[in-house]
Design a protein around this ligand. Structure first.
Ligand SMILES: [Zn+2]
Length: 462
């Protein structure tokens, strides 16, 4: 039995996003062209910025080793003078293309080392096709090509205020129809999940996948009732309540997605794996064909279709699994590992990138947050794998690939992943309690300061 304590809720505003497919049946040629035009113009603006940057860098004689020097970016209106067709599309989309270019620069400046080159650039240098320049640096903004996934644009919602004279918001979702700036007829969406009525739309991204299917991703703010049970439990200091907090530890596992602290393995559905096998079969066929031939193109669209299916199946699995865990447990603890580094350095390879554990953590974090809980991240240097959860002995002999090991100190035989998951849960519990204690202390201190202030004021009055 679970101990009951006072259920408290608090209303908080959160940001969420909902992605709906555009109804292919109801999509008119006119609307499709409108979207394609917007995709094209946003790509054009982005590429004009890249072109502008390359010219600046060439003038400055830049050849890597440092951050991109600061320069004032030209305004989109300057591009419009030269390319009149940019005036026909949603100007907010173009403004967002500028923002994404600015983000690309700060990504290069802040997250990259400014000196390593991409594999492609190194290959071209070796074969003598093209000498190494700053254009081959890892992370530097590059031209976006039409054939390579850059078919999307983002627009923002504007609300009536005293200045702009609008009568209603510029983006509305009414009767499954989405109205956007410059799209007065609206576009029909397949609304599989109702859109919250009181939601305030922030922005919308329209995108197109390789098969031509379009999607609308709507970002919005809404008010939810946040459950404060957990905080109350810690604040009350009730030992029984604290012990009853249900925390689950998850350890990433290459074969079975994850292993939890109760010894269960996530069963990644078998029929999903069949699609993955099918993809590798189709890819093999593709590799025997002449690039650009009509058979090649036919096979390519087959490969893309299977790829999309895998993506959809994985998303479906991830969302269901995350929802299940967020409902069953008060909090979940995971290891805070950098999956990108892991897949590169440990030769775990493709599988790690593919099964979407990183995405799973993000989805799980969001779902836990929605019910007022948290995803507890355990430090990646915490020795979860090597430590015996019974006696705390650290066994340095546990290397990658060891599935089962006996503890030299207490003799208990451990399943590698389950033992790790239990350690992660215990460390998670500790972090979790510490976190709420610090929240509590801060609140106490703030209260104390407030009473001190009011006492001081009272004295002054006297
Ligand atoms: Zn032991």
């Amino acid at each position: 039995m679970r101990t009951t304590y006072r259920v408290m809720t608090e209303q908080v505003t959160i940001r969420k996003a909902e992605k709906y497919a555009v109804s292919q049946r109801a999509l008119t040629d006119k609307t499709r062209d409108f979207f394609m035009q917007n995709f094209g113009c946003c790509r054009k603006v982005y590429n004009l910025y890249v072109d502008w940057l390359y010219k600046k860098l060439e003038e400055a004689g830049y050849d890597g080793g440092e951050k991109i020097p600061k320069n004032k970016l030209p305004e989109v209106t300057e591009f419009k003078k030269e390319y009149a067709f940019l005036k026909d599309v949603d100007s907010l989309g173009l403004a967002n293309a500028k923002i994404s270019f600015e983000n690309a620069i700060s990504h290069f400046n802040n997250d990259c080392d400014h000196k390593s080159y991409t594999k492609k650039a190194l290959r071209r240098d070796k074969s003598g096709t093209e000498k190494l320049t700053f254009r081959g640096l890892k992370g530097i903004p590059v031209f976006h090509s039409k054939n390579h996934r850059y078919n999307s644009y983002t627009t923002n919602c504007q609300y009536p205020n005293s200045v702009n004279g609008l009568k209603q918001p510029t983006i509305r979702l009414e009767n499954n129809k989405l109205y956007l700036p410059k799209l007065n007829d609206g576009v029909e969406l397949i609304v599989h999940r109702p859109f919250p009525k009181d939601a305030k739309i922030g922005n919308v991204t329209i995108s197109m996948e390789s098969g031509g299917q379009m999607y609308a991703s709507i970002e919005y703010e809404c008010i939810i009732d946040k459950n404060l049970d957990l905080k109350q439990a810690v604040i009350s200091g009730d030992k029984e309540v604290l012990e009853n907090i249900r925390i689950l530890g998850l350890d990433y596992s290459q074969e079975s997605f994850y292993v939890d602290s109760e010894g269960r393995k996530a069963n990644y559905p078998h029929f999903y794996m069949e699609t993955e096998e099918k993809l590798s079969r189709e890819l093999r066929k593709l590799s025997h064909m002449v690039m650009g031939s009509s058979n090649y193109n036919k096979q390519l669209s087959k490969v893309q279709k299977t790829g999309r299916k895998i993506k959809n199946q994985r998303n479906d699995y991830i969302n269901k699994e995350a929802l299940k865990l967020s409902r069953e447990y008060d909090a979940v603890a995971v290891e805070d590992l950098d999956l990108r580094n892991l897949s590169q350095s440990m030769r775990l390879g493709k599988k790690l990138n593919d099964n979407g554990f990183g995405q799973f953590r993000v989805v799980l974090e969001n779902k836990l947050r929605d019910k007022g809980s948290v995803l507890v991240k355990v430090d990646k240097y915490y020795p979860s794998t090597k430590m015996c959860h019974c006696c705390g002995f650290k066994n340095a002999e546990v290397k990658l690939g060891v599935r089962k090991w006996p503890c030299p100190n207490c003799g208990v035989v451990h399943d590698r992943d389950e033992n790790a998951a239990i350690n992660i849960r215990e460390e998670g519990k500790r972090i979790f309690a510490d976190y709420y204690k610090s929240v509590l202390e801060k609140e106490e201190q703030a209260e104390m300061r407030a009473t001190q202030r009011s006492e001081y004021r009272h004295k002054k009055h006297k």
